[in-house]
Write a protein that binds this ligand. Structure first.
Ligand code: ZN
Length: 293
């Protein structure tokens, strides 16, 4: 697993069939079914014609303009993004707006855009599943089960470390596996407290505190923790558990991309496709530096 964003993962499926966009969409649907997406989400095809031939695919967290420009420079025919480009309805896509410029850049360069968001979170092999595996969690189950999904599908994961460790060492391990971004890792809790049961949710997870508490987690790893939810969580239990490890939203979700790309390359090889699949190494974390101590 790559540890820094200096690494551009690149894989090739050596088949002899050039897939079209519809065939890739069918593969994505098998791997990360749209039915697993939350009702408020916007997943699936955003830009592109189903009959378009696809030779180069690149996985990204955010379809922001620098990320998209890098992708088209690399010759990508298809960007698969974790975050939707347009979660809110828009009245136009003119190049006068940032999102309009993204759409123009993609169409002008014949590059399609497909999104796998909460379906990617929820699936087996999804964002939190991958994080749990990299952290070596055992006996993992979802924090909240997907409606109508399998028992192992849903948002977040909770499981046990192979052996108990201190909160400080655990946070160090989390810091060590994530791509290096300006914000680093923030921790709430005593550095020498022993932790064993770990809850995790890639991306913003402050809506899951009730599930984390009922799962009896010692520590909760997630992103975007705000002052009031974090303080209230800290005061909600007598011993202060779950302790909190607050990471970069971007970094936590970027960790999914190499695993997702690997799943798609396996599907491509099984399908006999001639296609190259890459993982973007453009950092779209909005924070650039941090003043601390
Ligand atoms: Zn996210």
């Amino acid at each position: 697993m790559p540890e820094t964003l200096d690494y551009l993962k690149r894989m090739t499926s050596p088949g002899n069939i050039t897939p079209n966009l519809q065939q890739i969409m069918d593969g994505i649907e098998q791997l990360w079914p749209a039915s697993l997406a939350e009702s408020w989400d916007a997943v699936g095809l955003v830009v592109g014609r189903p009959e378009q031939e696809i030779r180069k695919v690149i996985w990204v967290v955010d379809p922001s303009l620098p990320v998209v420009e890098d992708a088209v420079q690399r010759g990508a025919d298809l960007i698969i993004s974790h975050h939707p480009l347009m979660l809110k309805p828009v009245n136009g896509v003119s190049a006068l707006t940032p999102k309009g410029r993204v759409i123009h850049t993609m169409i002008e360069n014949q590059c399609a855009l497909l999104t796998a968001h909460t379906n990617g979170d929820s699936a087996v092999g999804g964002v939190s599943d991958v994080l749990a595996e990299i952290l070596g969690l055992e006996e993992c189950v979802p924090l909240t089960q997907a409606a109508g999904g399998l028992p192992e599908e849903g948002i977040g994961r909770v499981g046990y470390l192979a052996s108990p460790t201190t909160l400080g060492d655990f946070a160090g391990k989390v810091y060590g596996i994530l791509p290096k971004v300006a914000g680093g890792v923030r921790v709430s809790g005593p550095r020498d407290a022993i932790v064993s049961r770990v809850a995790i949710c890639g991306g913003a997870g402050d809506s899951l505190f009730d599930a984390v508490r009922s799962a009896n987690a010692d520590v909760y790893v997630t992103a975007d923790l705000r002052h009031h939810p974090a303080l209230e969580a800290k005061e909600a239990t007598l011993d202060g558990r779950p302790y909190l490890v607050d990471v970069s939203h971007f970094a936590s979700e970027w960790m999914w991309l190499p695993a997702a790309a690997q799943s798609l390359i396996n599907y491509a090889e099984d399908s006999g496709w001639d296609v190259e699949i890459m993982v973007s190494n453009v950092n779209s974390d909005p924070w650039d530096f941090c003043l601390n101590g």
